[in-house]
Design a protein around this ligand. Structure first.
Ligand SMILES: [Zn+2]
Length: 306
């Protein structure tokens, strides 16, 4: 019997793991979700889940979209390791090596945001738009930039959450909560920054609170920087903070205001509602992105990441 090719995908998040076996968004064969505990237990559960599929040859490769900081340089001796993380027990965990050693099939690893960006590009709202940008604004802030169908990795993986954006201390006296930079983008606009500043989570703050104009301004400031430097053809905003959908029109309006007519693309001037958008795959961008990553690995035999 000739089945459609199946792949494994792991959305390895700091709070939960999602493991899927799928051939694509409309062909999900099995799925399991569990809390991220200590590495041995958590990776052990993922291995247990995939083992029968790998042993029987049902899956050809696994993609992992992993929380970080992650070593994404294939030439590095610690490639595929989570490096120095504040998450207890996970510093210097060889995620890629442990999974490869236990499952014996091809495994690709990338950051969680790069994988989500890839998922949206392959099957979601940025399909056909290359280059495209996926940004998550939640517990942390991070961005995945997809160019020529692949995530951009340079010296390291981009850390788009930690850029500097204008901070008016009179308007917003909050010092910021990034442990490295205080008032970088993440330090000002992530979920924990909102909670620390406002004394309640973003989900509890009413829609008409003027705070949201400030939040939209921070996000728009960052987007303007990405638009001017990376020129994405589509920007996808995911993550917990962006669950508040009323933020989208505020952000779009402010992006146009900050650009002030400098860029003349119709995407910005006339169709910005289709330019800055929520994820097309909902909360599955990450897990399906991991599947897309596995597929990519299977397509190329000379991939340095194998
Ligand atoms: Zn920072």
């Amino acid at each position: 019997m000739q089945n459609k090719k199946l792949y494994g995908g792991i959305e390895a998040g700091g709070t939960k793991f999602v493991c899927v076996v799928a051939g694509g968004p409309s062909h999900i064969v099995d799925e399991i979700r569990f809390k991220t505990t200590m590495p041995e237990e958590t990776l052990g559960r993922a291995i247990q889940f995939f083992k029968p599929f790998a042993a029987s040859g049902q899956i050809h490769a696994i993609g992992v979209g992993c929380f970080g900081p992650l070593d994404v340089n294939p030439g590095s001796p610690t490639y595929g390791y989570i490096t120095a993380t504040p998450k207890t027990g996970w510093s210097n965990t060889n995620v890629l090596g442990i999974l490869r050693g236990a499952l014996g099939i091809k495994i690709a690893i990338d950051t969680d945001v790069n994988a989500a960006g890839l998922g949206e590009y392959k099957w979601g709202v940025s399909s056909g738009h290359d280059p495209s940008l996926y940004l998550t604004i939640g517990t942390g802030i991070g961005g995945g930039y997809i160019k020529d169908g692949r995530s951009l990795i340079g010296l390291l993986s981009p850390e788009m959450g930690h850029i500097r954006i204008p901070h008016n201390h009179e308007l917003d006296p909050f010092v910021g909560n990034c442990s490295f930079h205080e008032d970088c983008f993440e330090g000002l606009a992530s979920g924990p920054a909102i909670e620390k500043r406002m004394g309640m989570s973003g989900a509890m703050i009413p829609e008409n609170d003027p705070f949201w104009n400030l939040e939209a301004d921070y996000i728009a400031s960052a987007l303007v920087n990405y638009i001017l430097t990376l020129s994405p053809k589509k920007i996808v905003l995911g993550g917990g903070v962006m669950q508040r959908e009323f933020l989208f029109p505020k952000i779009r309006w402010r992006v146009r205001e900050l650009l002030n007519g400098y860029l003349t693309s119709k995407s910005l001037l006339e169709y910005i509602e289709d330019y800055i958008v929520p994820p097309g795959l909902g909360n599955q961008s990450g897990s399906l992105g991991a599947i897309a990553l596995a597929m990519q690995l299977n397509e190329t035999n000379n991939d340095p990441r194998i």
